[in-house]
Design a protein around this ligand. Structure first.
Ligand code: TYM
Length: 326
């Protein structure tokens, strides 16, 4: 069976981009692979957070994982800091990673490069991510397009470690779902949907009320034309709606384009909103049930145990290879 690992940060709200780009792949893969799905609370600390909010968001994300369809009987669902091997392996890999390659990471350049006060954790963020993945001898990492550069670094670090110290790591492959790799912002289809966007009109949160979802889709930015066709370059807004509609309805983009020939953008917006609402309603109902039941803490406790058991051997191999006394 294939080893699968992926993670999400418990920051901000989970949105439709996270769901379509990553979570849906997680759910599909749990049927065939040995899957580890992590809530990366240590990564969240790279930017100062309110402690109470971080705790709340961590449990919330665990609840959303399960409500969306991740099954703790099929996949390991756990909190990164509950397996101390991640932080330890990250240190070891920091002694393999180079300042030059970390300086070239676009996420660091966007968030921290020009700021003397950015944390050093923000700089070494991708090394911790590599540790997450490599500790599990991961073969496949399902993510959205924005994680591609981090995945290339992870592969480079694995290969370099194996060369310098002997074969310890599996070199993982990235798995990006082309059609939903980059869901764009509703208020600005030139930029990806993001939880740190300045306006709430940018994203659809997974726990958002139907009324609000409809309103945001109705106001989604499109273009001044009238023709409905799939053309991300010329018609970013309309194409984004088609991508979302197709992903939640299971209908192909070609079918949708044909179906909307001669109809206005308004129709497409309302129907996309309704399809999204129909997809999210059962998730929301399960989420609220689950959080009332208190089940989440048990799921995370079980996940922590399984995660620790999965990484002990690889961490020991890393230490041994690097010259630490076991
Ligand atoms: P994060 O928390 O920013 O995002 C979680 C996942 O959602 C995907 N995603 C999107 N996909 C499509 N369209 C969008 N607009 C969109 N926005 C976000 C992301 O690509 C990601 O798959 N560094 C990671 C967390 C991480 C990780 C890992 C991932 C830490 N360790 C190990 C995989 C393996 C991050 O910040 O994701």
């Amino acid at each position: 069976v294939t080893r699968v690992f992926s993670g999400m940060q418990p920051t901000g709200v989970l949105h439709l981009g996270n769901y379509l780009g990553a979570m849906k792949q997680f759910i599909a893969l749990q049927e065939e692979g040995e899957c580890y799905y992590c809530i990366v609370d240590l990564h969240a600390l790279t930017i100062p957070r309110d402690p109470a909010e971080l705790r709340r968001r961590t449990r919330e994300l665990a609840g959303l994982y399960v409500a969306a369809g991740l099954d703790p009987a099929k996949a390991t669902i756990f909190v990164q800091s509950h397996n101390p091997d991640h932080a330890e392996a990250a240190w070891l890999l920091q002694c393999v990673a180079r300042i030059g390659e970390l300086s070239r990471m676009t996420q660091f350049k966007d968030k921290g490069k020009d700021s003397e006060s950015a944390t050093s954790g923000l700089f070494t963020y991708p090394v911790l991510m590599a540790a997450d993945i490599l500790l599990y001898q991961t073969e496949v990492v399902p993510v959205g397009e924005d994680q591609r550069q981090h995945m290339e670094l992870t592969r480079d670090l694995a290969e370099r470690f194996n060369r310098q110290y002997g074969e310890v790591f599996t070199v993982p492959d990235v798995r990006i779902q082309k059609a939903t790799a980059r869901i764009m912002g509703l208020d600005n289809p030139e930029k990806k949907m993001s939880k740190s966007a300045p306006s709430e009109a940018n994203y659809i949160a997974l726990l958002e009320e139907p009324k609000s979802i409809l309103k945001k889709f109705k106001r989604a930015v499109t273009d001044s034309g009238t023709e409905i066709r799939f053309d991300p370059e010329q018609k970013a807004g309309v194409s984004n709606l088609l991508s979302i509609y197709s992903a939640v309805s299971g209908q192909s983009i070609d079918t949708l384009v044909e179906q909307y020939q001669g109809k206005g953008y308004g129709h497409l917006k309302v129907d996309t909103a309704e399809a999204v609402i129909a997809e999210l309603e059962p998730l929301q109902a399960r989420y609220h049930q689950l959080m009332e039941s208190g089940e989440i803490d048990d799921i995370l406790a079980k996940g922590a145990k399984q995660a620790r058991a999965a990484t002990a051997e690889t961490l020991a191999k890393m230490k041994e290879a690097m010259g630490l006394i076991l």
